[in-house]
Design a protein around this ligand. Structure first.
Ligand SMILES: *[C@@H]1O[C@H](CO)[C@@H](O)[C@H](O)[C@H]1NC(C)=O
Ligand SMILES: *[C@@H]1O[C@H](CO)[C@@H](O)[C@H](O)[C@H]1NC(C)=O
Ligand SMILES: *[C@@H]1O[C@H](CO)[C@@H](O)[C@H](O)[C@H]1NC(C)=O
Length: 391
């Protein structure tokens, strides 16, 4: 039922009333054939579309998501998934891919078939976990090595003698340990244009003088021999273009402050409430327009298998009357003010009072497994009612 409330909450409460009643008792309407299970499945399908998917990703067992993606999620989103700061991420999607080659050599290949062609590639990074040198070589005279990441080229296609292209190169201390990140955006862009050209990446380590280095000296964790938490990973930052590049609001801070207040504090002064109550008695209307909780529980919807975080979120909904006169706490538009006056004076027939609707919306973030078990972080706009107003 929660799902259905979400969709209808977007409508004006007055207009939504008949359909809500219908949803509460599907057999009460004129159409007796609609089955509640069908309604539910249609609603869930529509909700998937809101999250940009046609089908829920297939879940095969439980894999541990990369720590990098968990940390990124916690940086971008609060516990409810609501975006902390809309300016942290440049795009709205971050994906992590594990190496498919699992080679003993420092060669990697990532299957990015799950990325849509429409997505704009912003940045791509190769994350490699550098291990300590093997003990026998610990007293090597080299303190730094030059680590270069190459794109392996398909020589049959390019018709050139060059078999690899330098993407990124850096000096790395021999004795360091931990994640090393290389930018490989150009290679990924070319793979997106022609998927068949993805021959993978090759890492070459040299001394400062340019000679080859024993790979026991400069070692990187591989998907084959090392713990899952140290697996080579490609991290891709994209934008799927769904977000209009508009600024959320000019008074973001102001609303962020009211965001955590309980709904009862959202509706302004008590005298306003009292006056509104008089109206509601007179006209059989509800309490004044205000924000109410509306928890969307992913477990209840059956999505807890593929969504890593959050478990659900509070979308809130707006409910209540917008009686004349509309105070500033009702956040009316000029249009709503005029409409409420026309309505109150009964100057014209059929002019309703303004609607209680969300007038500030926030985005949420989802961390989930896609069909290929890659972990994806995606930001969805306009998912949480930050405040309500009479419009
Ligand atoms: C019931 O609704 C469905 C789909 O909305 C429609 O195809 C069907 O004709 C309706 N049946 C009746 C009896 O109104
Ligand atoms: C990439 O993955 C997709 C779906 O998992 C698969 O159909 C395709 O064959 C893979 N491509 C390569 C080059 O392995
Ligand atoms: C490769 O280049 C040579 C000369 O530049 C040309 O004769 C040949 O047709 C090219 N082959 C392909 C497959 O493009």
């Amino acid at each position: 039922m929660i799902l259905l409330v979400i969709f209808s909450s977007l409508l004006c409460s007055a207009a939504a009333r008949p359909s809500l009643k219908y949803l509460e008792n599907p057999n009460s309407g004129e159409n007796e054939t609609e089955d509640p299970a069908e309604v539910r499945s249609a609603a869930i399908k529509r909700l998937l579309e809101v999250f940009g998917m046609e089908d829920p990703p297939a879940v095969h067992g439980h894999k541990q998501p990369p720590q990098y993606m968990l940390d990124l999620y916690n940086t971008v989103a609060d516990v409810d998934g609501v975006t902390k700061d809309p300016y942290i991420l440049e795009g709205n999607t971050v994906r992590s891919f594990f190496d498919k080659l699992r080679s003993e050599q420092v060669e990697f290949r990532f299957n990015m078939s799950t990325v849509s062609r429409e997505e704009k590639i912003l940045t791509a990074e190769l994350h490699l976990f550098k291990l300590r040198p093997q003990a026998t070589l610990a007293f090597n005279r080299h303190h730094f090595c030059q680590v270069s990441v190459y794109q392996v080229l398909d020589t049959s296609k390019t018709n050139s003698t060059q078999d690899k292209k330098l993407l990124s190169s850096r000096l790395i201390p021999v004795h360091s340990t931990g994640w090393e990140v290389f930018t490989i955006t150009h290679a990924v862009r070319s793979w997106m244009v022609d998927e068949g050209s993805n021959m993978g990446l090759h890492v070459v380590v040299r001394t400062l003088g340019g000679s080859a280095v024993d790979m026991k000296l400069m070692r990187f964790a591989s998907g084959r021999n090392h713990h899952q938490s140290k697996q080579p990973m490609l991290v891709l930052f994209t934008d799927d273009g769904r977000r209009p590049t508009r600024v959320e609001s000019t008074d973001f801070d102001d609303n962020a402050a009211t965001f955590n207040l309980p709904p009862s504090f959202m509706s302004g002064t008590s005298s306003r409430i009292a006056r509104s109550v008089d109206y509601s008695e007179e006209e059989g209307m509800s309490a004044p327009c205000q924000r109410h909780p509306l928890y969307v529980d992913f477990e209840e919807i059956g999505w807890s298998g593929w969504i890593i975080s959050p478990r659900g979120y509070n979308a809130y909904h707006c409910k209540g009357s917008c009686p004349f006169p509309l105070g500033q706490n009702m956040r009316p538009t000029n249009h709503a003010t005029v409409q409420s006056i026309i309505n109150a004076l009964k100057l014209l027939r059929g002019v309703e009072a303004p609607c209680c609707v969300p007038d500030k919306l926030f985005s949420i973030n989802l961390l989930y497994f896609d069909d290929d078990e890659n972990v994806v972080l995606k930001q969805y706009n306009d998912m949480v009612a930050g405040s309500c107003g009479c419009h």
